[in-house]
Design a protein around this ligand. Structure first.
Ligand code: ADP
Ligand code: MG
Length: 757
C-alpha cells in the first residue's frame, strides 16, 4: 500500500498532541488522528458580528473587542491558582478567568497568563458567557491581541467574520481545546496521511472538495459557504464508502454458485396453487414471478420481501419453497422465536393441507413432509426431525434462527426463508453462506416497511420486493389513544373488550412487563431475554426512560396484575383470561395460544411476545397498556394482530404520554394511519438515525456522522451509482487503497469480502 502514507487510523493522538489532551480525547472515544479530524463541529457561532459588552446573554458564544484593565492572580482553596482579567470597552466590564493547577507548573502557567493578559493590551476575546457571583465572565476564552495575533484591521475583519466552529464539549475539553487540537493536527499531517476514499474522477463529476480542503473548510472555515461545501463532501463520502462496501458484497455475490431450482410443471407448486382457496393478489403474482426467476438461476437469490402485516408473505414464501421441493431439494423457514416457528408450522400445514402429508395414507401425489425443529423439542421428536432432514424426506423444515448455528445436516438445502429480518442481520446472512458448499437461495421477509433510502443503505446487498396491498376483504381497524388518567375512557376500554368478546371476537391486552411493582422494571424486555433470547424483545424496544425527567409516572402495568384485575371485572364475568409471556415454557405458551385461538379463553394478556406473526383471524381488539413506552414499528406490528379476518377491529393505546411529547406524537401518528410505509417515515423523523440503522447494521451506525438517510436521498443515489462504477463487478478494490481502508473501517469484522479483490 505504497500510495497511502501511515494509516491515519493507526496514528495515535498522543504522537501529535500532549499526553493530557490525548487522554482527554480518549475519554470521548477519540484515539487516532483520523478520529479527531472527523470529529466535526456540531454547529457554528454566527459570524460577522462583534458583540457589545452591553447586553451579553448567558450561554451565548461571543467575540468581543476590548482592552485589559487589570489582571490578578489568587490562590484557590484547592491549592491551584485563578487568574482574573477585567476587560472593558470603555463603559462596561467583563471578567476573563483562567484556572491553573497548584505546584510549580501551575504557578508558572499562572504567571504566563498574567504576562500575556497584562493591563493595557487590547484584542479580541472569544468564549461563552457565564455568570459567577453576579459577574459575567468568559472562562478560558480564546484571545487574539493587536500587534501580535492581529496585525491590522483586515485581520480583525477576517477574524470576526469567520464562522466559529462549536464542538460538542466536555468539562475537560472545551470547544476551544478541541478546535486547537484539530488545528495542530491539520498543520502537522501530511497529505498522504489523510485518507481520500473518493477517487478524483468521482470528485470532479460531483464537484466535491478534496479531503484536505474539506477538512480545513469544515474545521476552520472562512465562510458558511465553505462549511456547506465541506459538509456536502463528507456526506457524499459517508454514502460512497457505505455504498462501496455494499457494491463489493453484491459483486462478490455474483461469484457465488448455487444450484438452479427452476419451476417444473406437474409438481407440488402447481398442486398447491390449485388448492388455494383464494386468488393471489396482484402483488403476490409479481413477487412470485421475481422469486421464480431468481430460483431458476445458478446464483443464489438474495431477496428481501417486505410487506405489510397480513399482506400474504407466507403464501409467497411457501410457493418458493414448493418450487424448490419440486426441484428435489429442501427449504427451511426460520422464525425469530419458538412461538412464531410453531405458528408458521401451523399455518403452513393449514395452507398445504394433505399436500403436507407425504408418507401418510391420505397424501396426494406431490405431497411433501413438513417438520419442526426447535431447541425445546423433546429428544425423540428432535431425533426424528433430524433424520427426516438428513435423509431428505422432509421437504420443508420450520425452525428458529438458532437452527443455523446448530450444524444441522440437510440432504440438499436449496432455499432459506427468514421471517422478520430485523432480527437477522448481515452477520447471520454471512453465516448462512459459509455453512454450505453451495450457497442456498435466500428469501428474507419483513413486515417492518423500510423506506427506500434505508433499504439502499442497510440492505443494499439484497434485491427488494414489496407487497403493497392487502388481500381484498380485509376489515378496517380503528385506533384510539386513551389517556391513562381519564378513568371514564379507561373504563370504556374494558367495556369495549367485553363487547368484542361477547360478539365472538378475541382481545389482546399487551403490557410492558410481566410482574413486579417498581417503576423502572423493564419486564417485557427482560422476560423475553430470560426465556429464549428472543420472545418479547424487539430491537427497537419500548422507549424506556424517555419520560424519566418529565413527570413522575405510575409504574408500568404488568401481565400478572392486569390478568387478575380483568378476571375480577364484573363485565368480564365468565370470560376466561389467558396469559402469555416469555418466562413461560414452550408447552405452556402453546397451550395458552391454542386456548386463545379456539375462543376458550378469548382474552389474552401478554407481553410483546405476540408482536410478530401471530395469526388469530378472530381477534378484533387490541389494548396496549403504557403504549407510550413502545416504538412505532412495534405498535404497528402489535396492531397487525387484529383485523386479519373480515371483522373490523379496534386498537386502544392507553398512554401516559404528556401532550406534545415525542411519545404522544408517535401514538397520534399511529392513530392517524395504518400505512406502514408512512409510519416508517414518521418513525425515522422522530427517532435518532443511529437507532434506525443500528438495529440492522452496527457499522453503518458509527460511520454516518453527517449523512441522514431520510434527507440525503440524492446524495445516496449518486453515491450508489458511483460506487457501483468504481468497485462493482470486475473492478479491483486494490486499485483504491484508501477506499479499501475506509470500507474496512466500517465493517471491521467482515473482511471476507474485501479479500477477494
Ligand atoms: P403476512 O405474513 O404477510 O403478515 P400472511 O401470509 O400471514 O401475512 O397472510 C395473512 C392472512 O391472509 C393468512 O390467513 C393468509 O392465508 C391470507 N392470505 C394470503 N394471501 C391471500 C390472498 N391472496 N387472498 C386472501 N387471503 C390471503
Ligand atoms: Mg407472517
Amino acid at each position: 500500500m505504497s500510495d497511502v502514507g501511515p494509516d491515519p487510523r493507526e496514528v495515535e493522538l498522543s504522537r501529535r498532541l500532549g499526553a493530557a489532551s490525548a487522554k482527554a480525547f480518549a475519554a470521548l472515544g477519540i484515539r487516532t488522528v483520523d478520529e479527531l479530524l472527523r470529529h466535526y463541529p456540531r454547529r457554528y457561532a454566527e459570524p460577522g458580528r462583534l458583540t457589545q459588552l452591553e447586553g451579553l446573554r448567558i450561554g451565548e458564544h461571543v467575540t468581543v473587542m476590548a482592552r485589559i484593565e487589570t489582571t490578578t492572580v489568587r490562590p484557590t482553596r484547592t491549592g491551584g491558582n485563578i487568574v482574573t482579567s477585567v476587560i472593558t470597552d470603555g463603559r462596561r466590564q467583563l471578567d476573563l478567568t483562567f484556572f491553573t493547577k497548584g505546584g510549580g507548573r501551575g504557578k508558572s502557567m499562572a504567571r504566563w497568563y498574567e504576562e500575556r493578559f497584562r493591563p493595557g493590551r487590547s484584542g479580541l476575546f472569544q468564549g461563552t458567557v457565564q455568570r459567577y457571583r453576579n459577574r459575567l465572565q468568559l472562562a478560558h476564552p480564546e484571545a487574539k491581541f493587536f500587534g501580535e495575533d492581529l496585525q491590522d484591521g483586515i485581520d480583525v475583519l477576517v477574524e470576526t467574520s469567520r464562522p466559529f466552529p462549536l464542538y460538542p464539549a466536555t468539562a475537560k475539553l472545551s470547544t476551544w481545546k478541541i478546535g486547537k487540537a484539530i488545528h495542530t493536527l491539520l498543520s502537522s499531517t501530511s497529505d498522504d496521511e489523510l485518507l481520500e476514499p473518493i477517487p478524483e474522477d468521482v470528485r470532479e463529476r460531483h464537484g466535491l472538495l478534496g479531503v484536505r480542503e474539506a477538512l480545513s473548510a469544515i474545521h476552520e472555515p472562512y465562510t458558511m459557504d465553505e462549511v456547506k461545501a465541506a459538509t456536502h463532501r463528507f456526506r457524499f463520502e459517508e454514502a460512497f464508502v457505505l455504498q462501496a462496501a455494499l457494491a463489493r458484497r453484491r459483486a462478490i455475490a455474483q461469484d457465488w454458485v448455487a444450484v438452479a431450482r427452476p419451476a417444473r410443471t406437474g409438481g407440488l407448486l402447481e398442486a398447491f396453487d390449485a388448492s388455494l382457496p383464494f386468488a393471489l393478489t396482484a402483488g403476490q403474482h409479481v413477487v412470485g414471478e421475481e422469486v421464480r426467476e431468481d430460483l431458476a438461476r445458478p446464483r443464489p437469490m438474495q431477496r428481501l420481501l417486505q410487506g405489510e402485516v397480513g399482506s400474504g408473505k407466507t403464501v409467497v414464501a411457501l410457493r418458493a419453497m414448493a418450487q424448490v421441493v419440486d426441484a428435489g431439494a429442501q427449504a427451511v423457514l426460520l422464525a425469530p422465536t419458538e412461538v412464531l416457528a410453531a405458528q408458521h408450522l401451523r399455518s403452513i400445514e393449514a395452507l398445504l393441507g394433505p399436500l403436507a402429508h407425504a408418507g401418510q395414507l391420505d397424501a396426494p401425489e406431490h405431497a411433501t413432509r413438513v417438520v419442526l425443529l426447535t431447541g425445546s423439542q423433546g429428544q425423540a421428536a428432535r431425533r426424528e426431525a433430524l433424520s427426516a432432514i438428513a435423509d431428505g424426506s422432509a421437504g420443508i423444515v420450520v425452525g428458529t434462527h438458532a437452527l443455523l448455528s446448530e450444524g444441522v445436516d440437510f440432504a440438499d438445502l436449496g432455499l432459506v426463508v427468514v421471517d422478520e429480518q430485523h432480527r437477522f442481520g448481515v452477520e447471520q446472512r454471512d453465516a448462512l453462506r459459509s455453512r454450505a458448499e453451495r450457497v442456498p437461495h435466500l428469501l428474507v421477509m419483513t413486515a417492518t416497511p423500510i423506506p427506500r433510502t434505508v433499504a439502499m443503505t442497510v440492505f443494499g446487498d439484497l434485491a427488494i420486493s414489496t407487497l403493497a396491498e392487502l388481500p381484498a376483504g380485509r376489515a378496517d381497524v380503528v385506533t384510539h389513544v386513551v389517556p391513562a388518567d381519564n378513568e371514564a375512557w379507561v373504563a370504556r376500554t374494558w367495556q369495549r373488550v367485553a363487547e368484542e368478546v361477547r360478539g365472538g371476537g378475541r382481545a389482546y391486552v399487551v403490557c410492558a412487563r410481566i410482574e413486579g411493582d417498581t417503576a423502572d422494571d423493564d419486564g417485557g424486555k427482560r422476560a423475553g431475554a430470560d426465556a429464549d433470547g428472543a420472545d418479547g424483545v424487539d430491537s427497537d424496544g419500548p422507549d424506556l426512560g424517555e419520560l424519566a425527567f418529565e413527570v413522575p409516572r405510575p409504574p408500568l402495568r404488568a401481565v400478572l396484575d392486569v390478568a387478575e384485575e380483568l378476571r375480577a371485572k364484573p363485565e368480564l364475568r365468565g370470560v376466561e383470561v389467558e396469559i402469555l409471556h416469555g418466562r413461560m415454557g414452550p408447552a405452556e405458551k402453546d397451550r395458552a395460544m391454542a386456548r386463545f385461538a379456539s375462543g376458550e379463553a378469548p382474552v389474552l394478556v401478554s407481553t410483546t411476545v405476540v408482536e410478530v406473526g401471530v395469526d388469530v383471524p378472530q381477534a378484533t381488539a387490541m389494548v396496549v397498556l403504557d403504549a407510550d413506552r413502545f416504538g412505532i414499528s412495534q405498535l404497528h406490528q402489535l396492531r397487525g394482530r387484529i383485523g386479519r379476518g373480515d371483522r373490523p377491529g379496534v386498537c386502544l393505546l392507553v398512554s401516559h404520554a404528556p401532550a406534545e411529547s415525542t411519545a404522544a406524537e408517535r401514538l397520534e401518528a399511529l392513530a392517524a394511519t395504518r400505512d406502514g410505509f408512512e409510519l416508517a417515515n414518521t418513525d425515522l423523523e422522530l427517532r435518532r438515525e443511529g437507532d434506525v440503522l443500528g438495529a440492522a447494521q452496527s457499522g453503518a451506525r458509527s460511520s454516518l456522522r453527517l449523512l441522514r438517510v431520510t434527507r440525503d436521498v440524492e446524495i445516496l443515489v449518486n453515491a450508489r451509482e458511483e460506487a457501483d462504477r468504481v468497485v462493482g463487478a470486475g473492478a479491483a478494490l486494490a486499485e483504491f487503497p484508501a477506499l479499501r481502508l475506509a470500507i474496512e473501517q466500517i465493517s471491521p469484522d467482515r473482511e471476507e469480502y474485501l479479500e477477494r479483490t
